[in-house]
Design a protein around this ligand. Structure first.
Ligand SMILES: Nc1nc2c(c(=O)[nH]1)N[C@H]1C(S)=C(S)[C@@H](COP(=O)(O)O)O[C@H]1N2
Ligand SMILES: [Mo]
Length: 322
């Protein structure tokens, strides 16, 4: 990806928001114990925050089986070290420049090879789905990584509601295009709007998450509010932010980074320590926030999710289909 300027640090996160994860978890347990998970759910899993206000608390159950044990990154790390070129190319840009972005009201256009298509409000999209917390590893193609406690629901559960036809072989996603609200789109750094896609079986895989929050609260703008994709075994650029369109298609859709440099970024983008980026090694990664000595670690095939996903690619040449 494009080399970035040295990130400036901002002091916009209140100390109260930098809850260590263990404390955050025990607080959740207290809440759930007092009210019961069902009661929490009934309080409204989808608390819509008022315009211009910060993240709102979400109700969810923790999916321990699909969570990793690695200590999660701090809220501060996850919300101030971002890639979101619609708001600038420096890691610190999105936190600063997306601050006033209005992620509500929002709608998603669903089209293509499905029985149910049309425009759906954010509430239509989210409300039928029980929310889960999943702590996933996150590996950017630039060779840094984090561990993020997402809140969301399986993408497959949403896609089933639209009854895709047998011709639907891929799912294509689009980010909002609105240069007035996303100032980075006035620069031709990428072919806007940002587009991404998955093969149908990847989209339906139980690990594939549609995230609506992190650390128990609605997504901060810089992380892709109000709705973003998360595919933990793939490089971070697959996890498209601020989704406004979902299309069921027959042919492999074009994807933004492959359009930008097809020799450097492929469609599959599965994390693979054996296939280097033409300009750097993918054998290891720098864990953000892990200090000087804990930082460098080997990168795992499929980002550590090989047991769950390697079978999706049986018989494929992963060097050619990178
Ligand atoms: N629309 C859009 N989605 C995007 C990007 C982007 O620039 N625009 N950057 C991608 C890249 S390269 C990464 S690593 C992740 C970063 O997600 P995070 O900032 O929440 O960590 O978002 C991905 N999704
Ligand atoms: Mo990335």
């Amino acid at each position: 990806m494009r080399s970035t300027r040295k990130g400036r640090n901002t002091d916009t996160i209140l100390p109260s928001e930098i809850t260590p994860y263990e404390k955050y978890l025990s607080r959740r347990a207290l809440l759930a114990g007092g009210l019961g998970a069902a009661a929490l759910q009934a309080l409204g899993a989808w608390a819509t925050p008022a315009r211009g206000q910060g993240a709102a608390a979400l109700a969810f159950t923790r999916n321990a089986a699909l969570s990793v044990e690695d200590p999660p990154n701090s809220y501060q790390d996850i919300t101030t070290y971002n890639n979101y070129y619609e708001f600038g190319t420096a890691k610190s840009d999105p936190a600063e420049r997306a601050r006033d972005f209005q992620a509500r009201p929002w709608s998603v256009a669903v089209g293509g090879e499905a029985e149910v298509t049309g425009r759906f409000t954010l509430e239509d999209i989210i409300e039928p789905h029980p929310l889960e917390e999943r702590v996933y590893r996150f590996r950017c193609v630039e060779a840094w990584s984090m561990v993020i406690p997402w809140v969301g629901f399986p993408l497959g559960d949403l896609l089933k509601r639209f009854k895709p036809t047998s011709r639907a072989k891929y799912v294509a996603f689009k980010t909002l295009y609105d240069p007035k609200r996303m100032p980075g789109q006035t620069y031709r750094i990428l072919d806007w709007p940002y587009v991404e896609g998955l093969r149908m079986d990847e989209a339906m895989h139980p690990l594939t998450l549609l995230a609506v929050g992190l650390y128990g609260k609605t997504l901060p703008n810089q992380n892709g509010a109000p709705l973003r994709l998360v595919t933990p075994w793939k490089y971070g650029f697959k996890s498209i932010k601020a989704i406004v369109a979902i299309d069921f298609v027959e042919k492999m859709p074009r994807t933004t980074w492959a359009l930008s440099a097809s020799d450097e970024y492929g469609f599959f983008a599965n994390v693979n320590p054996e296939v280097d980026h033409p300009r750097w090694s993918q054998a290891s990664e720098r864990r953000i926030g892990a200090g000087l000595f804990g930082a460098r670690r080997p990168t795992l095939p499929f980002n550590g999710y090989a047991n769950q996903v390697a079978s999706l690619y049986a018989g494929m040449d992963l060097r050619r289909n990178f």
